[in-house]
Ligand binder design. Structure first.
Ligand SMILES: [Zn+2]
Length: 120
């Protein structure tokens, strides 16, 4: 019914991949990885920039509420927490960067060299 010797003989006789075939597969995988890694890094960097811009918009909105209640913009971005925003977020691009606000309510992030803040 079930001949183990016959099965072992059949398994031994099967041919595997040649070295050239394996090398072709490895090269193809390498090319795909070489294409995918820069795309992935670009996507994550772009997402961090967008998240920073969203933080600036949220802080600008909080500064608008501060202006409506207090009659002037806050002197320091940390004055917005906790009454106008739960907490001042950290910049997702650069953990050493921080947000600041000027006397006109323009919020900027220090990770951008050219300001990067939005005008109202
Ligand atoms: Zn930033």
């Amino acid at each position: 019914m079930f001949d183990i010797a016959k099965l072992a003989k059949r398994l031994r006789s099967q041919k595997g991949f040649t070295l050239v075939e394996l090398m072709v597969v490895v090269v193809i995988i390498g090319i795909l990885v070489a294409i995918a890694i820069p795309i992935y890094n670009n996507v994550t960097a772009n997402a961090r920039e967008k998240a920073c811009a969203a933080n600036i918009r949220a802080l600008t909105g909080a500064a608008g509420m501060y202006l409506a209640e207090q009659g002037n913009y806050p002197g320091d971005i940390d004055d917005l927490a906790p009454n106008y925003i739960d907490e001042v977020p950290d910049c997702p691009v650069d953990e050493n960067a921080g947000y600041s606000i000027d006397e006109n309510g323009v919020v900027t992030c220090s990770h951008t060299s050219g300001g990067g803040g939005e005008t109202q």
